[in-house]
Design a binder for this molecule. Structure first.
Ligand SMILES: CC[C@@H](C(=O)O)C(=O)SCCNC(=O)CCNC(=O)[C@H](O)C(C)(C)COP(=O)(O)OP(=O)(O)OC[C@H]1O[C@@H](n2cnc3c(N)ncnc32)[C@H](O)[C@@H]1OP(=O)(O)O
Length: 254
């Protein structure tokens, strides 16, 4: 199974389970996200949602390049990117706080998923970044739009997108992307982080999340994400992108 979903008391944890390829996202993982969404929407007693990755190395390395590299044209990539972005928008706008429990590397689409969450708890030795620029594309699942929406300094956010490198955790904290940096077991860090916020009734947590969601609806966040998707699809079709992915996939076989 490419993912697991576990409910403990009032917390639901979605874990991407493809550690041998750094928890890269494929269609099965996306089905898992749909299950996660459904469970939260149909269980009013849940207070906190958590997204994490299996193993010690990675949170998520983005789209599974061996699968997505088969998509060549603007139209083909737009279909995949928009379908994924739509599901991820549902995750971002879930009615309870969502925490990215970043147990290791989060790059590409993995960094986008972390960014759309309400909180990012980052393991001390983890590195995270929008490395899509190295593949001659931009973020294509809404991540750039979420980043510019999350209250970080504009220059720090734009720098993170354009430098296209993974940053160490102390820098992620300094620029305001990481909520907290933790050492040790991820579940211990999670428990410590949520111990106060889990005390109020679920309806209180939901009411506060709705305040953020209303703002996003009024500022047409979804439409802006779809514009990001469309712009990424145009870049995706270019030879330079396919060459960069080829290089990555070839290197791994050496
Ligand atoms: C498609 C949407 C788009 C978006 O909108 O954002 C994207 O997400 S584009 C994808 C962006 N992601 C990447 O470019 C990440 C690529 N991976 C890496 O840079 C590195 O693998 C790593 C995550 C930094 C880890 O490096 P390292 O510790 O040196 O491990 P390896 O590179 O040897 O990886 C082991 C194994 O895993 C395979 N792998 C890793 N990431 C992916 C991926 N995203 N898709 C497919 N496969 C991936 C890697 O190829 C190795 O395979 P083997 O050589 O067969 O063992």
């Amino acid at each position: 199974m490419a993912y697991t979903i576990e409910i403990t008391d009032e917390t639901i944890i979605f874990e991407i389970n493809r550690p041998t390829i750094h928890n890269a996202i494929n269609a099965e993982v996306m089905e898992g996200f749909k299950q996660f969404i459904n469970q939260i929407k149909t269980n009013n007693s849940l207070k906190i949602g958590v997204i994490t990755g299996a193993g010690e190395k990675s949170f998520c390395s983005g789209g599974d390049l061996s699968v997505f590299h088969q998509l060549k044209t603007e139209k083909e990539s737009y279909r995949m990117l928009s379908e994924t972005a739509k599901v991820l928008y549902e995750v971002a706008t879930l009615p309870i706080p969502i925490i990215a429990l970043i147990n290791g590397t989060a790059v590409g689409g993995g960094c986008e998923i972390a960014t759309l969450c309400d909180y990012r708890l980052v393991k001390k030795d983890a590195k995270c970044g929008f490395i899509q620029g190295k593949l001659a594309i931009t973020s294509g699942w809404g991540g750039g739009t979420y980043l510019l929406e999350k209250g970080m300094r504009h220059d720090h956010a734009l720098q993170m997108l354009t430098e296209a490198v993974p940053y160490p955790s102390d820098h992620l904290l300094a620029i305001g992307w990481a909520t907290e940096v933790f050492e040790g077991e991820k579940l211990d860090a999670l428990q410590k982080f949520i111990e106060k916020m889990i005390v109020p009734h679920a309806t209180v947590l939901q009411a506060y999340k709705m305040q953020a969601i209303r703002k996003w609806e009024q500022t047409k966040l979804y439409d802006r994400i779809m514009e990001e998707v469309a712009a990424c699809s145009i870049l995706w079709e270019q030879e330079i992108h396919h060459d960069a992915v080829n290089t990555f996939l070839k290197n791994k076989k050496v």
